[in-house]
Each structure stands twice: as structure tokens, then as C-alpha cells.
Design a binder for this molecule. Structure first.
Ligand code: MG
Length: 379
């Protein structure tokens, strides 16, 4: 079996209403999918994290000529060879999103070639469904904090009404609105008061704080029984994570901005987080995410993968979640998004507080060609 073609497919959808997290306004959702076809016609799909610019050129102009002719079933070797090749080409900077998109597509292709779900190929399934937490609670264009708080609380109540018993919201309002960290804690308190003590609450600062504010906010969150405090400080400051994680009561979480086993090795070795969150589209695909999950298990740290992509990323994450030791949760993006909701012919949806994990070959989804055509940015 040989790789016959490698294609990057940019998808884009402009949002009717933009929303913000601690770092930026988001006014569109865009994805760079990777489509790999073998000489027998078997097709695998992958997804790169981030904007299509950069990912698309690297997949089509750099990876494609190199990958064609190789046996797609040798996925781990291809993953490692690609990392070494990119490292030498780009002065130690390895575009992990590119490795991820290609790696996911190859695992999907391999699974389809042998008629097995990817989860069966990377260790076997520990579960057929997984507890999901509703992620969302972004911020709209509002004039005052009271309006934002009311909007976020209303959204949280909607998720609980839909059956979720675990939620994650966004904090770090300062850069976008100029409101200080006390408002961040007030926002989480409002959610806690609205949904009660039985709902698991997580909160995500998208690395908004300096060390002092991170500690101050963590103390407030501990009083609200927050399950984890995600990305309090910039990802480069692994030593800050380690110090804060040691000092504060609420466990830290992070991982969406880290990649490959060597970086996660530093994170885990430092005791930087209580929960580790590799993203299959940015950490180095299924190959690296699986390695990170194994390393985390050895360090006695639960892996809860980060997920914020299209149906391809969601399906790949579910295949990983089937295999991860312990009690992992699915990060289930609840922002309205047809590229997540409709791109798979059989949509991936929650049943109460959990999501079933597909068990058909590869990633377990079939791409809807009409939806793909509708959102193609290069059409
Ligand atoms: Mg996050």
C-alpha cells in the first residue's frame, strides 16, 4: 500500500456574532483538513490546529511530495521522520499542527484499510462512551459586566438543562474589557450559584494572568470548588505553572499550547499541572497524544484532551478518549458550528452527560461531501 495523494482542504465559516476569550475576538471558524488517499482508493482525514495559512502550504508543498509512495500503515515512523525533517528545515521550530493533521489522516486511513477503529489499533477500547463537559461561555459584545454575567449564566443553565453535569467557562476579562481579576472570580461565582454544587465546574484563563494575579484568582476559585484552573499563565512559563500548582488548592490544567513528548515530559517532570490536556490537532496527532497520555499515566496525572475543532478533530479525540487510562472527560465545544455539527454524516452528539464513541473503521465518521463543499474556502 502506498500514499497516492495528499491534499490540504481549507474550510471557513464567518460567524454572525463574534465572541471573545481572554486573548482575542473570534469572528470566524476555520480549519485546515488533510486528505490522504492510498493507491487502493482508501482515504484518511486529518485536521491541523490553527489558521489555514501556513498549514495548507506546508501540507501541500512540503509534506505531499515527501509522503507520496510511502506505506501509510507505518504511521509512527512517518510521524517521527516528519518531526526530524521539519526540525532540520525550520531551525528547530516544528510546526506541530502539520504533523498532527497528517498523522490523524494516516491513522484514519490505516483503520479503514484494516477495518478497525483507530482506538482498537492504539491499545484497545477502555470505554464506548465518555463523560463530556460543555465548553463555551465565551463573551459577546456587551457594554457592562452585568450583561455579560447574565449571558454566561443563562448559557450555563442551558447546558445543565441539556443534561451536562460538567461545565467550563472563560475568564481573564482584562485584555478584552479592562475588568480586573475580581470580576473573573465573580463570574465563576455566579455560575456556581446558578447551577448548584453538584455540577463540576472548570475555568479557563487562556494564559491571561501574571503570576500574582494567577495566585489571587486561584484562591477565589478554590472557594467555589473549581475542579481545575486552565492555562492561568503563558505556556512558555512551565516553572510558573509548577510553582502555582504546588502552592494553590485548585489543580492547574494545560496542554493545548504544548506539543510532542519532549515538551510534555518537561511539563510532567516539573509537576506543572494537575491535569494534562494535549490536543490531537496540535500536540502531534494521535501518535503523540497517545504517548503523552501514557506518560501522564506514569506520572499519575489524568489526561483530559483539549478539543476545539471540526468533526474530524472531535472524532479523532473520541478515538483517543476510548483508550486513555483513568477517567478522562471529553471537552465538548457547544458554540454553534455547522463544521463540527454537520460535517460528519452521522453527527456526534451527547446523550445526557456523555457522548458515544464511534466504533466503525478509522476515526469512525464519514465526511458529508455537500457540507465539505459548502464550507470550502478555496472553492
Ligand atoms: Mg483552553
Amino acid at each position: 500500500m502506498e500514499v497516492a495523494s495528499v491534499e490540504a482542504i481549507p474550510l471557513r465559516r464567518d460567524l454572525g456574532e463574534r465572541f471573545a476569550n481572554a486573548q482575542k475576538w473570534i469572528d470566524s471558524r476555520e480549519y485546515c483538513l488533510v486528505r490522504v488517499e492510498a493507491d487502493d482508493g482508501t482515504v484518511g482525514w486529518g485536521e491541523c490546529w490553527g489558521p489555514t495559512a501556513g498549514n495548507r502550504e506546508l501540507v501541500e508543498e512540503y509534506v505531499s511530495p515527501w509522503l507520496r509512495g510511502r506505506d501509510p500503515r507505518n504511521v509512527e515512523q512517518i510521524h517521527d521522520d516528519l518531526v526530524y525533517k521539519l526540525r532540520s528545515s525550520y531551525h528547530s521550530y516544528v510546526p506541530a499542527s502539520v504533523v498532527s493533521g497528517v498523522d490523524i489522516a494516516l491513522w484514519d486511513l490505516y483503520g479503514k484499510a484494516v477495518g478497525q477503529p483507530v482506538s482498537a489499533l492504539v491499545g484497545g477500547r477502555r470505554r464506548d462512551q465518555v463523560r463530556a463537559y460543555a465548553t463555551g461561555h465565551f463573551w459577546g459584545d456587551v457594554e457592562d459586566f452585568e450583561t455579560l454575567r447574565a449571558d454566561v449564566v443563562e448559557e450555563a443553565e442551558g447546558h445543565v438543562a441539556a443534561g451536562f453535569d460538567a461545565l467550563k467557562n472563560k475568564i481573564g476579562l482584562s485584555r478584552i474589557f479592562g475588568w480586573g481579576p475580581e470580576k473573573d472570580v465573580e463570574l465563576v461565582r455566579a455560575i456556581r450559584e446558578a447551577v448548584g454544587d453538584d455540577v463540576r465546574l472548570m475555568t479557563d484563563a487562556n494564559h491571561a494572568y501574571d503570576v500574582a494575579d494567577a495566585r489571587r484568582v486561584a484562591e477565589g476559585l478554590a472557594e467555589l470548588d473549581v475542579h481545575f484552573f486552565e492555562e492561568p499563565v503563558p505556556p512558555r512559563n512551565i516553572e510558573n505553572y509548577a510553582a502555582i500548582n504546588e502552592e494553590v488548592e485548585v489543580p492547574l490544567a494545560g496542554g493545548e499550547c504544548w506539543a510532542f513528548q519532549h515538551e510534555f515530559d518537561r511539563v510532567l517532570d516539573a509537576g506543572a499541572v494537575g491535569y494534562v490536556q494535549p490536543d490531537v490537532t496540535s500536540a502531534g496527532g494521535i501518535t503523540s497524544t497517545r504517548r503523552v497520555a501514557t506518560m501522564a499515566d506514569a506520572a499519575n496525572v489524568q489526561c483530559h484532551p483539549h478539543v476545539f475543532g471540526s468533526a474530524v478533530a472531535l472524532a479523532a479525540s473520541l478515538q483517543m478518549l476510548a483508550t486513555i487510562p483513568g477517567d478522562p472527560m471529553l471537552e465538548f465545544d457547544r458554540t454553534p458550528n455547522p463544521i463540527r455539527e454537520d460535517l460528519a454524516v452521522e453527527p456526534i452528539t451527547n446523550e445526557g452527560n456523555s457522548v458515544p464513541i464511534p466504533d466503525s473503521p478509522g476515526l469512525g465518521i464519514e465526511i458529508d461531501r455537500d457540507v465539505l463543499a459548502e464550507f470550502r474556502a478555496d472553492a
